[in-house]
Design a protein around this ligand. Sequence first.
Ligand SMILES: [Zn+2]
Ligand SMILES: [Zn+2]
Length: 387
Amino acid sequence: MYFENVECLRCRAGLGFDPESREMVRVANDGDAGDGAGATPDPSDAGDAGEAAPDPSGGGDHGGGAAQVLPAAVRCANRFLAGCNWVLPRPQPGALCRSCRLTRTRPSDTDLARVPDVTRRFVRAEAAKRRLVFQLLELRLPLVSRHEDPAWGLAFDFLVKQAEPITIGHADGVITIDLAESDDAYRERMRVQLGEPYRTMLGHLRHEVGHYYWQVIVSGNTDELEGFRRLFGDERADYQQALERHYEQGPAPGWAEEHVSIYAAAHPWEDWAETWAHYLHIRDTLQTAASHGVIVTGPHFGHRPVATRSGRGLDPSLTAAPSLKSPQDLDEILADWLPLTYALNAINRSMGRDPLYPFVLSRKVIERLRFVHDQVLHGRGSPVQRA
Ligand SMILES: [Zn+2]
Ligand SMILES: [Zn+2]
């Protein structure tokens, strides 16, 4: 059963993802009249939208561990348009889920009909966004949509290029994405052109949402802002000039000692967004590896051997956000992460692919990651407030 599934690959029972519990749940299939095809023994009339209980007869067949089956009307209305498998808190035909609600602009119906491949690109972008939103919820970061907070909520504009080029970016809570980036050929061409070792839709989303959280968590807090400037530099440096210089001259020699990527060297804001994106890459990938029971035996970073610490491979409690209490935990995270990347990079090469994580975390980059980690702990559960 995977995060993206809408049904069980074995018994075809309907599945969805519940962002509230952050678990996969059973959902009645569309038009399922209870003909016994699924795992549920009792007929739940899909036409009866009034009642969430799966068993109108009140029978006790669900006592034996069978999951509760939610009615099809809890599915997000973007089930087909965006390929969304998330569910709503209660049956509400036509309503959008927590992730889809964050999308302010989607391709127009005209574009969907006119431009080939737009639907597929939108589906891929929304899939990446659901992964992002899942992680933001896991990390308990403040997450408010633009509907709820028109001034400072988060919104995504997924745009289809018309005459004017689209600039991927963030402005005061609005993240703009060029849907062409969902296209493998286009994105790979851009990656080579810009000399980047890594370029994905999920990477774009993580980077841009980093700009948002800088404003939400860091910018309004004098102490944090001071700490930020000590590590990343002064963000009041002219942004346009910095970017122009970056694209004309490239990074200063020795950039890798300071920054996680070349683009991070362009301006303190970009350094933060790049480092933030890496923090999310690391946390998500570790969580997935831990949930699959992956064991890596080394080589080790720091003082302790990874596999012997837990005895059973990666420690899932470390990768799940709520257990992280202190900034020191970053060392634990990296002690798991670095050996895992050595292994995954080598495994990718065995398949003729580029390394999964083609980055080096220098001492200074690790200090920046520690700052991000700290901010995530600080920002948890705090209200979204504008600086
Ligand atoms: Zn949805
Ligand atoms: Zn940026």
